[in-house]
Design a protein around this ligand. Structure first.
Ligand SMILES: O=C(O)CCC(=O)C(=O)O
Ligand SMILES: [Fe+2]
Length: 87
């Protein structure tokens, strides 16, 4: 089971997750596990960065796989643009 696949609206998203993992990123139609490195942030590129870099840094499509065997804990720190303005 996984949460809905999506890209983040903001510039960058910083993620910390526990050892359960579960984040997957899409590349050329395939899904890859994005296992966090202990004591580090995992950084997702967002839509705002893709737009401001004219597509040089693509916004990553991702989702999270979960199960009923292990408790997944994650902390996401995101900046998001106002929906009615530029920033
Ligand atoms: O929990 C995670 O690792 C990712 C959460 C996420 O994709 C989000 O908050 O946009
Ligand atoms: Fe996300």
């Amino acid at each position: 089971m996984h949460w809905a696949s999506h890209s983040d609206h903001g510039f960058l998203t910083l993620l910390i997750e526990n050892e359960v993992g579960g984040l997957q990123v899409e590349h050329k139609g395939k899904w890859f596990n994005a296992n966090a490195i202990p004591n580090s942030f995992l950084v997702n590129t967002g839509d705002q960065l893709e737009i401001l870099s004219n597509g040089k840094y693509m916004s990553v499509i991702h989702h999270v796989v979960v199960n009923n065997k292990a408790t997944r804990i994650s902390l996401a720190i995101a900046n998001r643009p106002l929906l009615d303005g530029l920033f």
